[in-house]
Design a protein around this ligand. Sequence first.
Ligand SMILES: Cc1ncc(COP(=O)(O)O)c(C=O)c1O
Length: 387
Amino acid sequence: MIDKNSKSFKRKFDSAVVHGYSSCEGGYGAVSFPIYQTSTYKNPGLGSDIEFSYSRCSNPTRAEVQNTVALLEQGSAGFAFTSGLSAILACFSLLSAGDHVVISDDIYGGAYRMAEEIFKRFNLSFTRVDESNLSAVENAITEKTKMIYLESPTNPMMKVADIKAIAEISKKHGLLLTVDNTFLSPYFQKPLTLGADIVIHSGTKYLTGHNDTTAGFVIVDDEDLAKRLDLIVRTEGNGLSPFDSWLVLRGIQTLPLRMKKHEENALKVAKFLKTVPLVEEVYYVGLEDHPSFEISKKQSTGFGGMLSFTVKDVSKVPQILKGGDVIIFAEGLGGTATLITYPLTQTHASIPKEVRDEIGITDKLIRLSVGIEDAEDIINDLKNMLK
Ligand SMILES: Cc1ncc(COP(=O)(O)O)c(C=O)c1O
């Protein structure tokens, strides 16, 4: 648990990302937090109560990054994992056989696969619901339900959940509410402050921000949950390495600058796409005609850099996916470079066709992670790709 009365909690967000949790206190006063590349630590003697004993369980560089992400999310404990999926694994590991989870119908394909192909074999059950429909969420709750799990905005259809309202439903039924906050990052949205119990991140994305490492985070604001997660990290053994922790610490320092630019560019790109004859539909939460524009404004301070669109003529998809000068065809999101992704064969390939069709993940759907390049270059690429 971290001290919420510490001076790091008093800093404004833009300062907190730069100075982290412990700033340059301790050691030699290094301004760049050191990489503690050690698997084990000298024990001063039998019975000593040492903070770090073995790096699978805890490591100072990992502690710094997880405390920093926890403070950005306004939680009191954070856990850093080798990927976003390891973070989701830890979160589902809080559950027991027989438990039931209400889960977004539109989620990252890997999270769907984890639920359907791994945890179902351990007798957990899942009901998929449209999280933007509050009564659908409440109606899906049974006496076995222990968790509501959602992404907001969702990947790739950009649906938005009213997190506060769902947190109230969750509390009424004594459930844990988990929110995957990958798309907006704590810069734009802090689910714990809206009543969520657990926040998860693919730290691979905006938190690190440069498409150079994989990482995942779980953040909570409850001592009991923190203890249970600590046991899971020690035991499942997928805590983030010291070097990758340092990469996240380095990347996260520019999170506010990047998020502002991602959003500025995404809005320009979304507005441009609306004018392209080949484009059928544009899904970007920051467009005023998005069905959840008002809810988003209420619970988030921005709309982020992710958008999806459909094209009228599927035969043009291979041409579009060749990318452009700055737009790269690749699986991923949240980095400085603009990436174009085809959910059907990439991020959401493991979801069965009938489920994909129901959500809208068809052969016409394309996802864009709008980078921080000059917006004109991104739009010029799109002009050529969408001819
Ligand atoms: C919303 C979301 N959550 C979780 C993940 C999984 O993260 P990772 O790829 O770091 O395992 C992804 C991956 O794309 C994602 O988009």
